[in-house]
Write a protein that binds this ligand. Sequence first.
Ligand SMILES: [Mn+2]
Length: 311
Amino acid sequence: MSTKTYAGIPQKYAALETSKIVLIPVPYDGTSTWQKGADKGPEAFLDASENMELYDIETQTEVYKQGVFLADAITENSSPDAVVSEVHKVTKDYIKRNKFVTIFGGEHSISIGTIRAFNECFDDLTVLHIDAHADLRKDFHGSTCNHACAVYEASQTTNLVQVGIRSMDIAETRVMDEEKVFFAHDMAKDEYWMDKVIEALGDNVFITFDLDAFDPSILPSTGTPEPGGLFWYETLDFLKQVFEERNVVGFDIVELCPNEDERASDFVAAKLYYKMLTYKFAGTEEGDEYDNHFTETKKSVSKFNTEEDEY
Ligand SMILES: [Mn+2]
């Protein structure tokens, strides 16, 4: 059995039983259309994480001491549908073990599986989708499990809020709920965009973070870079607010497409992941129990059937 741990943390913080956090790597790149290589993302991310300092200056915490279990990578790659269903199954299994579940891709199609799992386990889920691309196509190149379709299902089954968008097809305007979309060109001129996004979020929030949301000047190594993206400190300010003001139930980070000649992107991804864990657990003592409050049978129809609630 491999003794590799997340970020090289000591084994005592890396056991499944005692870890509050689970990290599932999904090295999959079957449907990307431009630069290939997102299948190498998890390995580059884990390498960078091992070379990262684990004390967070901002919060004066060491979040790895909450326990981070590095799950076996999901290596299914026989078809986009098979990957999505495996990701869905594994993610849901760990949610049901009462863990804070995080997933590192891989290309964005894997999020169809992660979102489905979280949506089945948490009531009235909001999906906070941070991305350069709208990803709202119902199908693409003959599959509903393509990276260009990453949040179509979420748009139909959850409260989908999209942030950083600056590239889409005109057909996607028919699916898009413009009141819940924050376009990059508007955000650049609106000093209140963070408050407006947070207002649009329900209590339970799953974050799907496509790294191409970042400006290519700070993260060039991604499959489909787009100019005009997010910068580091505004991203952290925003995420910190989301974690403080809402119940973030889990997250995924996708689309790191590593380049041997440019390793800074790997470190941006590693640090982003660690910062998100830090914000989640900043107020939690090491010895505190963690309860993710998943619900076995989701009352997904409750908002359309409120009669029972009235009695
Ligand atoms: Mn994208």
